[in-house]
Design a protein around this ligand. Structure first.
Ligand code: SAH
Ligand code: SF4
Length: 350
């Protein structure tokens, strides 16, 4: 998408551009403070920048922030979902979760998703396009504006919305770097979690970035045959290779890897499957996050009964595998894991 917006540029790139325009060195810092700290949405508000520069910026680096639309709120839980309209007519959903002191934003990286997991609404809607770095970062900035009204801040970012982040690698990393940069949004690298379906080259590349972001890998099955049924696009990356890439990530970053496992009743939730999963993971610096399936109208699966989830969890624990059950937030407003979609395309409520 062109022209670029200022959110798409890294700090050094912005410094370089402003230098080429003949601006003093401190302009980049000023501009970034307005964008990432004071969270303004219009160059007109940047009162300490000369008028001429503001005019040139609006011409050559227009601010094209997504326009917030319908907001759905689960007040009891403190979770809200906002529809963000992109400039080309597409839309994405960003979710803000409040839990104790944590204020977590769940961001999308693509419109739809090319991976096509059979239990995920984004996967079912198909792939429409990648998001630009600005569109990824804007989801966090929008939530930051909401929280500011209450004197609060974003404390965590999980890249677990629509789309597969490691299939939109460049844009995702650009957004994370700017959100992490001390002159940018300034959120510590360890506050980010990137969730991937197991794109091996992407995991290996991420390991080399020198960034201590948390990595979560969606496994969903203890064997390749079942995994390929549930996650069609990952045939190229067998479980063995995914685990090897995860080891490389642990070695490079010292961070423990999380394995996500959506529990689908009668499909992948048997005690024998739990034992097979334990065999795969025992002895690794790993943590399993079990996610009981969240329903959506178009998805033909059921959530296992509570007792069955508990048996699965115990089978792992007994074999020394660290495990937690994720209580998805926002399920009542269709904002839980796997429930996000571009609603106006799905034809349901807007
Ligand atoms: N594409 C990435 C990140 C987005 S999905 C990935 O797949 O990891 C984030 C998490 O939500 C994944 O672990 C995914 O498996 C899970 N998820 C998808 N659909 C779900 C559903 N219907 N119920 C519960 N979790 C789901
Ligand atoms: Fe894509 Fe993740 Fe959904 Fe699979 S679970 S379709 S990878 S968003």
């Amino acid at each position: 998408m062109s022209p670029e917006t200022p959110f798409d540029l890294s700090y050094p790139e912005l410094e370089q551009l402003l230098r080429e325009w003949g601006e003093p060195a401190y302009r980049a810092r000023q501009l970034w403070a307005w964008l990432w700290r004071r969270l303004v949405t219009d160059y007109a508000e940047m009162t300490d920048l000369p008028k001429g520069l503001r005019a040139r910026l609006s011409q050559e680096l227009p601010l094209r922030l997504p326009r917030p639309g319908a907001l759905q709120l689960d007040a009891e839980e403190g979770t809200e979902k906002v529809l963000l309209h992109l400039t080309d007519g597409e839309a994405i959903e960003a979710v803000l979760m409040r839990e104790g002191e944590r204020r977590t934003v769940c961001v999308s990286t693509q419109v739809g998703c090319p991976v096509g997991c059979v239990f995920c609404a984004a996967g079912r809607m198909g792939y429409r396009r990648d998001l630009a770095p600005e569109e990824i970062a804007a989801q966090v900035l929008h939530s930051a504006r909401r929280l500011r009204e209450a004197g609060e801040r974003v404390t965590h970012v999980v890249v677990m919305g629509m789309g597969e982040p490691l299939l939109n690698y460049e844009a995702t990393l650009r957004a994370i770097r700017n959100l992490n940069h001390p002159q940018g949004f300034g959120l510590g690298a360890r506050r980010f979690t990137v969730s991937t379906v197991g794109v091996v080259p992407g995991i290996l590349r991420l390991a080399e970035e020198g960034l201590q972001v948390n990595l979560a890998i969606s496994l969903h099955a203890p064997d390749d045959a079942l995994r390929e049924e549930l996650v069609p696009l990952v045939k190229r990356w067998p479980i063995r290779e995914v685990l090897e890439a995860a080891e490389a990530y642990v070695a490079a970053t010292g961070r423990r890897v999380t394995y996500e496992y959506v529990l689908l009743s009668g499909v992948n939730d048997s005690p024998a499957q739990a034992r097979a999963l334990a065999r795969l993971l025992s002895g690794r610096l790993a943590h399993v996050n079990l996610i009981p399936f969240n329903p959506a109208p178009e998805l033909p699966f059921r959530r296992p009964p509570e007792a069955r989830v508990e048996v699965f969890r115990r089978e792992l624990l007994r074999r020394g595998v660290d495990v937690t059950v994720r209580r998805s937030r926002g399920v009542r407003i269709q904002a839980g894991c796997g429930q996000l979609r571009a609603r106006h395309l799905g034809g349901s409520r807007v």
